[in-house]
Ligand binder design. Structure first.
Ligand SMILES: Nc1nc2c(ncn2[C@@H]2O[C@H](COP(=O)(O)OP(=O)(O)O)[C@@H](O)[C@H]2O)c(=O)[nH]1
Ligand SMILES: [Mg+2]
Length: 321
């Protein structure tokens, strides 16, 4: 007997994620949903589905894999109804994104020990904005947050962080442009200890001339942090700009070679119809996606959850209940 699957939202909706995925949902995923509004499952359905997934930046390999898995389950489970097939697709997509969360480490914040977050990524991906969002996020749990302006390459980067610090009422430790980021981090670690800071978030320069320089710099920062807190940085966040699509994946691979990334922040999801990039990241990097950026305000942050993400691609504005 084939159980009729009901295609409806399963996870609790997340307003931020829904907003972030609106362009992707209204573009490609609306068409994907419609694809299954047909009388029978035929070859054309799979061909069109694969093309649409590629359009959403799910990536060539991952799109093929998803379609192949769907076909296999349709065969094995004797599925004849297109809407049942759509539900299987939804479940397969959630399974794929779970690859991106299974390596997520549980974070333990200890009283009296600063939890250090090092934020890295190419310039323009949204690092500084993401730092403000993370600061706001931790403050919302009542934590004492401090920022460190470790991007000393550009004066504008220091100013930008200072402005955010004022706006969200967070102290910012900074030196002048061209200063040694190691010295900034050293001061910040000391200040964090003295002022009982729970979370210290460190901005870094996005561009160093070579991968070797980047690696040397990040390792130096880590050594300085570890003089104060042996397991710092407890979180290393790589910001990936969702609008750069598959290119973001290439950047991520390069950064992963330089430093051990613990979490990915997928920024600017609201600005793109290619929200499928999360599937590529999940499959190809295996690094946990923890946060999603959904706008330019400090509140525009969502925690990444596979089921909520997939549901936001298929349903919006209270649909599907
Ligand atoms: N729409 C949108 N814009 C963002 C998001 N995150 C950052 N930005 C914008 O991207 C631009 C670059 O951000 P910034 O934080 O300066 O990047 P950085 O160079 O990596 O530090 C700014 O105009 C931000 O407002 C996001 O999630 N959504
Ligand atoms: Mg910046």
């Amino acid at each position: 007997m084939v159980l009729r699957r009901i295609f409806r939202r399963q996870a609790e909706p997340d307003v931020q994620l829904e907003k972030g995925l609106e362009k992707t949902r209204r573009g490609v995923f609306r068409e994907i949903t419609r694809l299954f509004d047909r009388s029978e499952i035929d070859e054309e359905l799979f061909e069109d589905l694969e093309m649409l997934l590629i359009q959403a930046d799910v990536g060539w390999d991952v799109s093929q894999q998803l379609v192949a898995e769907l076909q296999q389950r349709i065969r094995e489970e004797h599925i004849v109804n297109p809407s049942d097939a759509r539900e299987v697709l939804r479940l397969e997509m959630i399974k794929l994104l779970e690859l991106a969360t299974r390596n997520r480490r549980v974070k333990i914040l200890q009283r009296g020990v600063p939890f250090v977050i090092l934020v890295t990524g190419v310039n323009g991906t949204g690092k500084t904005t993401s730092i403000a969002k993370l600061a706001h996020y931790h403050k919302s749990f009542g934590r004492n947050v401090m920022l460190a302006a470790g991007d000393t390459f550009r004066a504008a980067a220091i100013d930008q962080l200072t402005v955010w610090g004022e706006r969200i009422d967070c102290p910012v430790i900074s030196h002048s442009q061209g200063a040694d980021p190691g010295a900034v981090v050293f001061d910040a670690m000391q200040a964090a200890h003295n002022r009982n800071v729970d979370v210290l978030i460190v901005d870094t320069a996005g561009r160093l001339h070579t991968k070797h320089n980047l690696m040397a710099e990040l390792q130096k920062l880590r050594r300085i942090m570890q003089k104060h807190v042996p397991d710092a940085p407890q979180e290393v966040v790589l910001v990936i700009d969702a609008t750069t699509g598959q290119n973001g994946l290439v950047q991520a691979t390069e950064f992963s070679k330089a430093v051990e990334i613990s979490d990915i922040m997928l920024s600017k999801l609201d600005s793109t119809a290619k929200g499928g990039i999360a599937f590529s990241i999940a499959k190809q990097l295996g690094t946990p996606i923890s946060y999603v950026g959904t706008g330019e305000k400090v509140t525009d942050l969502a925690e990444f959850r596979p089921d909520t993400y997939v549901d936001s691609l298929f349903f919006g504005e209270g649909e599907g209940f």
